[in-house]
Structure formats: C-alpha cells, structure tokens
Design a protein around this ligand. Structure first.
Ligand SMILES: [Zn+2]
Length: 126
C-alpha cells in the first residue's frame, strides 16, 4: 500500500489510520494514539478497575465507530484484501488526508467527537 499523495509505502505525514479489519486492530497512523486515549476514557468511565477489555460485542461496535469517524475525516481511503493464503485472512482499510494539516485537524476532531459519538450510540447499558 502506498500513499496516494506522496507514494511513500512506509508511513508518511498523510497517513491517518491503518485498520486491520480481520482482527479489529489499529496498526499505524496518526490516529492510533487518539484511539488509545479514547479507549482509556471509556475504560475509566465504564469498566471496573480489574477489567482490561470490553466485551467482544462492544469491542466490535467501538471498532466500527472508530472506522466511521476515520472515514468521515479522511480524504482518501484504500481497501486491501489479502486472502491469498488459506487460514491467514488479512484485510485492511487505510485512510489518508491530503495534507499534514488535515491529519492534525482530524486528530483534534477525533478527540473532540469520539466520546460524544460513542455515547450517542448508547450501547453501554449503564
Ligand atoms: Zn504521503
């Protein structure tokens, strides 16, 4: 996968987020640390001190919310489906912004909007 703006294939200032959709994981990009902060806040708010992880269904819905937000901020998106090896399904969604400035604005917008967005979805039964 190479950047549509600068052709780099090893991360660059345009890379917003690389999401592994087979494993519901975030691999790279500027948004990764904002997503970690988002998870931290939700954990502090909804989970007991001993719980490290959300229930699997909540985890999946959170993953979808984060992808929706990333898609709404991104200027370009790529999809990769690497199913050439049996048993090793890999699928990625990769989000880019056209400038470093847009990436930084997307970061701030994600921090501002993610908690509200999660609460609007009302999937936490508390
Ligand atoms: Zn680039």
């Amino acid at each position: 996968m190479s950047c549509p703006y600068c052709d780099s294939d090893d991360g660059c200032e345009h890379l917003l987020l690389v999401a592994d959709t087979a494993w519901c994981a975030f691999e790279a990009g500027e948004l990764v640390s904002a997503i970690e902060g988002f998870h931290e806040k939700l954990r502090a708010k909804y989970l007991g001190l001993d719980d490290d992880n959300f229930p699997a269904d909540v985890e999946r819905r959170l993953f979808k919310i984060i992808l929706d937000l990333a898609a709404s901020f991104a200027d370009k998106e790529d999809n990769f489906d690497l199913n050439d090896r049996p048993g090793l399904s890999q699928a990625y969604r990769v989000f880019y912004c056209s400038t470093a400035q847009r990436v930084s604005e997307a970061y701030d917008a994600f921090v501002r909007q993610s908690i509200d967005y999660a609460e609007r979805e009302r999937f936490f039964c508390v």
